[in-house]
Design a protein around this ligand. Sequence first.
Ligand code: AMP
Length: 420
Amino acid sequence: MQAVRGMNDILPDAVHWWQKVETTARQVLELYGYREIRTPIVEKLELFARSIGESTDIVEKEMYAFPDRKGQWLALRPEATASVVRAFIEHNLQADPSVRKFYTIGPMFRHERPQKGRYRQFHQIDAEVFGIDDPLLDAEVMAMLCDFLQRIGLKDIGLHVNSLGCSKCRPLFRDDLKAFLQDRASQLCPDCDRRRHVNPLRVFDCKVDRCREALTEAPELGRYLCEACRRHFDKVLHYLSHLHVPYAVDPRMVRGLDYYMRTTFEVITDRLGAQNAVGGGGRYDGLMRDLGGPDLPGIGFAIGMERVILLLQQEESLDFKKPDVFIAILGEKPVTEAFRLAQDLRGQGVAVELAHGGGSLKSQMRRADKLGASYVVIVGEEELAKGRVTVRHMAAKEQTEIALENVVTFLAAHGTSKNT
Ligand code: AMP
C-alpha cells in the first residue's frame, strides 16, 4: 500500500522542521494578538463554492468534493478563510469584541498536479482579522507576515502588493478587460476563452504562455481605483514604507480566489522554481455578509508550510532532539531498577532512552553513541549490589561510579543542559 499521490508522510527526520515553523508561527501570531481557532477539515461544499467563487480553479477543478452517505455534498477544505468566517458567524463570535484576530494551522486539500512545492494535501498557517476597516491593519498584517518569515530565518523573500478595488470600481475594469480579451480571443487557451465571459479577472491566473503574452498590454486595475480605494491603498503603502517593510506594487497580481477586494499581497521567492508563492492574502470585506453573517470587513493570509520548509532546508540543517541519558543494563536482575531510574529521571525532565533487549555492553554503548546521548548510566549486577552505578560522560569520555540514590540529582543538574 502507498500513500495517495500528492499526499506526503512527514517522517521523524523532517518533523522537527515542522515543529520549528509551527512554534515560531504561534509565538509571532500571539505577539500580534491572534488567538487560535480550529475548524473541521470537512465542510459543506457550498461554503467553498460561495466564498472562493464557482468559476475559480480551486472550485472548478481542484476540490475534493463528495456526497456523504445521505447524499449531502461535502468537501475537504481547500483553504481556511471560509471555515473561519463560517465559525465566526455560527458561534456569534462578534458578541465578544476582544477577539477579532484568529489563526489556524493545518492541512488543506487541492487536486492539483503534484510537483516540488505543490501537493494535494499541504499545510497552511492561516491568519484572519474581522471587523477592522483600517489601512493600518493591512500594513500590520503584511508586516507580521514578513516578521514571521524573517524570524524563521528566510532571506530573499519579496512582498508584492496590489489593490483589487471594490464593487464600485472593479466592474469598470472588468468591462474594459472583457473588451480587451474579446479582441484577443483567438490567442487564449480554451479555459481562458471561457473565463473571459464568466470571470475575466481569472485570466490573470493562467500559466499558459500564450495567455500570458495576450495579457502584456491588458488594462491595469490600478488605474481604475475609485477615490476611496486609491486613498486606502496609498495609506497602506505609506505605512509599509514608514515601517521599512520593502515591497513592490504588482498591478497584475489578482490572487486565485474571488472574495478578495482592495489590498492583496503575496510573498514570493525565486528559489522554488515554478511554485514561487510562499504565502498570500488580502482583504475580503464583503465575504462575511455574503455568507449570511454580519457585514464586517475582513483581511487575512495563508502561508504554505511545505514551501517555507523547503526554503529553510536550503539554508540550514536542524538537529533532532537527542536523549540526555542512555541507560545500559547488564544482566537480568538490574532491569527493574534501571526502569525505575529511567522513570525518576524523566520525572525530573531528563530525556532517557532505556536499553531494551540488553546485549553486550559494547553493543549498548554503540547504540548510545548513535543516538547521541550525552550520558550513559551503566546499571550492572555487581555494582548495583553495592548500591552504585557507573555514569559516563560521552563527549569527555570520562566515567565515575556514583551512589544510586545520587544519580537523579546529579543528572538532573548536568544531564539536560545540552538539550534544553
Ligand atoms: P492560496 O490559498 O492559494 O492563496 O495559497 C496560499 C499559500 O499556500 C501559497 O502561497 C502556497 O505557499 C501554499 N499553497 C497553495 N497551494 C498549495 C499546494 N497545492 N501545495 C503546497 N502549497 C500550496
